[in-house]
Ligand binder design. Structure first.
Ligand SMILES: Nc1ncnc2c1ncn2[C@@H]1O[C@H](COP(=O)(O)OP(=O)(O)OP(=O)(O)O)[C@@H](O)[C@H]1O
Ligand SMILES: Cc1cn([C@H]2C[C@H](O)[C@@H](COP(=O)(O)O)O2)c(=O)[nH]c1=O
Length: 211
């Protein structure tokens, strides 16, 4: 689907809650802004008016794991067609906090939804679209929980209330998926300092898309 569009990158950030994605997205966006690269920063679930409404629902209402997967992909279809692909076609980079890898990690890995169902809906919704680069911030769930507790964020939504065994499964599913696509994923040790991590993120982006 993207063969005909300008080849500007679609970059995603993944990891368990509290792994440090937002901190590093902020650093990358500041870097892109300073060097005058046109980009859009967005997130999932969300990124469009409808997607943000679906986000509110999926982060607060109880539902079956399968419903959760479908809501994530409904928001994603809208996001992809109303925002991500138009931005890339117009030559704007897209920097996105979570994408389909999160559905694999949380709904398949964490909740136990059948992987075959995930693959079916992923094929249908994404077609051939994949991020060009995905940073995975790998962190022990116990460390992530301590970080979130310190910020007072624990208990904020129904995912963040889940226990460390859930996040251990999510982490394992992320690592498994990263292992299958080593060209796309850059796995980072999220216990490194924010400064070390942002240097690695920016160096990787500069290396792949030199000016
Ligand atoms: N490399 C780091 N080392 C130590 N603490 C960090 C690091 N990166 C971020 N933090 C702190 O950890 C907390 C969570 O960081 P951040 O919000 O960036 O994570 P996140 O992955 O976006 O979380 P969420 O998925 O819940 O939105 C914040 O208090 C942040 O200041
Ligand atoms: C895209 C996506 C997200 N989730 C979960 C992961 C997080 O707990 C929340 C989003 O909150 P964040 O603080 O903005 O990261 O939603 C999911 O379970 N499945 C998905 O596909």
């Amino acid at each position: 689907m993207r063969e005909s569009v300008a080849r500007v990158p679609f970059i995603t950030f993944e990891g368990i809650d509290g792994a440090g994605k937002s901190t590093q997205i902020e650093a990358l966006c500041l870097f892109l802004q300073q060097r005058g690269t046109s980009f859009e920063r967005t997130r999932e679930p969300g990124g469009t008016p409808l997607g943000e409404r679906l986000r509110e629902v999926v982060l607060s209402e109880s539902m079956t794991p399968e419903t959760e997967l479908l809501v994530m992909f409904a928001a994603r279809y809208e996001h992809l067609h109303a925002r991500i692909l138009p931005a890339l076609s117009a030559g704007r980079w897209v920097v996105c906090d979570r994408f389909a890898d999160a559905s694999y990690a949380y709904q398949v890995g964490g909740r136990g939804v059948d992987a075959g169902r995930f693959t079916l809906i992923e094929r249908w919704v994404l077609g051939g679209v994949r991020p060009d680069l995905t940073f995975l911030f790998d962190l022990d769930p116990a460390v992530a929980a301590r970080r979130l507790a310190q910020t007072g964020a624990r208990g904020r939504d129904r995912f963040e209330r889940l226990d460390e065994t859930f996040f251990a499964r999510v982490r394992a599913a992320y690592l498994e998926r990263a292992g299958r696509e080593p060209q796309r994923f850059v796995v980072l040790d999220a216990t490194d300092s924010p400064e070390v991590l942002s240097r690695r993120v920016i160096a990787e982006v500069q290396h792949r898309w030199p000016r």
